[in-house]
Design a protein around this ligand. Structure first.
Ligand code: NAD
Length: 493
């Protein structure tokens, strides 16, 4: 049983609490969940075991065929109801999201909005056409291709935006007639897992179709290899994604990998400097830079680089750090000690290697000061690595070709941005950046439920979330033909 501890979440008292009292995602060891901003315990919840995963996947597989046969109106109705329930309980969900992840309320609201939009978008899917009549070389034959559910989707999500990253899988997968086994990161069991279970239960989703398990890599791998799981949808780090891809590949299992990024933020010499610097600061520092499509590398024209760095420093200096749930601050904590050490290690090694620390580079507990590194060179970890912290490395260029080469100087390919007053110049450059999502005169942290979100290279294996792409992710083609007269064959010839 999940138990909230002495520091019971006051603003969340209500609808979710009785559910949390009963919630048993697994039969394994209890896990204490801590609030990064205060270190306080939020709840203790039992982890799942590989056996729990097997049971969950079997139950999901057993429930799925009837769901696939359920009328499109009923599937859409349950999704619409889920959106209403989610909206009604946003205060509780928001509180848990802030306290489990250390997010500012703006980020939290943004995420909640997105999660609801994902459900709304998914609710339209059951009523969309799901196939085509296709020509046949045999005119008397009716030939059609149709999209059918994949069966059971295994969804593995990270801690940093668990509501939206989970919902972008759960809602469309269910809408299209699948069952789902969802595993959030164990740091965010409520906003990444319990919330989903509670919303869809109350919405009337038939039993078995949504299974929420909890655990780390071992439990994730059990999902990937479970014979009842047909498709794996993984969002997380590139290292873990490679492992998931290897396991799934051996089993010939379809896998969607949405992975890390080291995203280029290019500022041309004709850019609106104020706009570019404010966007650049937002894209590197908001939510402590713990965003897959954060601006990881600022690539700035030499003639304005000094002013740009000064503007970033000025903005970094004004950002207030603290507990974003209780205080009026701009930035919260890094999620845990391990990640803090990683961020700090990248900053230290980059300074040792020749980067100039323009501001930041220190921390108070988990609160890392927004950091600007100037004079960064391409051999430094601040350039090569995904930092996933509030750090803005700045590199200068002289020509647009050089800017492009710098932007593409990475194995990652998630997002990119170009600032220029010349739309044609900005567009010409943006279109040559090797990334799944590129913006002119806007920053990298951008998403909408209707666009095919995803990356290239080390940022993913070509999978996409959102809009029409969801049909590719969560259904498979079936060719069906039918003829009035049974056909016979002259055989042997
Ligand atoms: P992570 O890879 O450590 O964990 C992500 C999820 O995978 C967690 O649920 C974790 O328990 C699970 N997991 C870990 N190892 C596994 C394994 N071997 N098999 C199966 N599951 C496993 O990532 P994180 O640190 O929680 O999240 C940050 C990373 O996620 C960053 O690299 C970030 O860029 C990336 N991310 C990508 C997107 C995107 O859409 N491209 C979105 C958000 C975050």
């Amino acid at each position: 049983m999940a138990t909230t501890t002495a520091e019971t979440i006051p603003a969340a008292a209500g609808w979710l609490d009785p559910f949390l009292e009963m919630w048993r995602p697994g039969t394994g060891e209890p896990r204490q969940v801590r609030e990064p901003a205060t270190g306080r315990s939020l709840l203790t919840v039992p982890l799942s075991t590989p056996d729990d995963v097997a049971r969950a996947a079997a139950a999901a597989a057993a429930a799925q065929p009837a769901w696939a046969e359920t009328s499109y109106q009923e599937r859409a109705r349950i999704l619409r109801r889920a959106a209403e329930i989610y909206e009604a309980h946003r205060p509780e969900f928001g509180t848990w999201t802030q306290r489990e992840t250390g997010a500012h309320r703006n980020k939290m609201h943004h995420e909640q909005n997105f999660a609801v939009q994902e459900i709304h978008a998914a609710a339209t899917m059951p009523s969309q056409p799901y196939g085509q009549l296709v020509p046949s070389a045999q005119p008397e034959r009716l030939s059609m291709v149709r999209r059918i559910p994949v069966g059971v989707v295994g969804a593995i999500t990270p801690w940093n935006s668990p509501s939206v990253l989970g919902m972008r899988v759960v809602a469309p997968a269910l809408a299209l007639g699948n069952a789902v086994v969802l595993k959030p990161d164990p740091q965010t069991p409520v906003c990444g897992g319990a919330m989903f279970a509670a919303v869809f239960k109350e919405a009337g989703l038939p039993d078995g179709l949504l299974q929420v398990v909890l655990g780390g890599a071992e439990v994730g791998e059990a999902i990937v290899t479970d014979p009842n799981v047909n498709v794996v949808s993984f969002t997380g780090s590139t290292a873990a994604g490679r492992r998931v891809g290897e396991l799934a590949g051996r089993l010939l299992k379809k896998v969607s990998l949405e992975l890390g990024g080291n995203n280029a933020f290019v500022v041309l010499d004709d850019a609106d400097l104020d706009a570019a610097a404010s966007a650049g600061a937002y894209a590197s520092f908001q939510f402590q830079g713990q965003v897959c499509f954060a601006a990881g590398r600022h690539i700035v024209h030499r003639t304005i680089a000094g002013d740009y760095v000064d503007a970033l420093v000025e903005k970094a200096g004004r950002l207030r750090l603290g507990d974003p749930y209780r205080e009026d601050v701009d930035l919260g904590p890094i999620v845990n000690e391990k990640q803090l050490a990683r961020v700090d290690g990248i900053v230290r090694r980059s300074i040792d290697g020749g980067a100039r620390l323009a501001v930041g580079g220190t921390h108070d507990g988990l609160f890392y000061r927004p950091t600007v590194l100037a004079d960064v060179t391409r051999d430094l970890p601040a350039w090569t690595d995904e930092i996933f912290g509030p750090v803005a490395p700045v590199v200068v260029f002289d020509t647009d070709e050089e800017a492009l080469a710098l932007a593409n100087d990475t194995d990652y390919g998630l997002a990119g941005a170009v600032y220029s007053r010349s739309i044609s110049r900005g567009l010409a450059l943006a279109q040559r950046i090797r990334a799944g999502m590129v913006h002119v005169n806007d920053q990298t942290v951008n998403d909408e439920a209707v666009i095919p979100f995803g990356g290239m290279g080390a940022s993913g294996n070509g999978s996409r979330f959102g809009g029409a792409a969801n049909w590719n992710e969560f259904t498979q083609w079936q060719w069906v033909t039918v003829r009035d007269e049974p056909k016979s064959f002259p055989f042997p010839y």
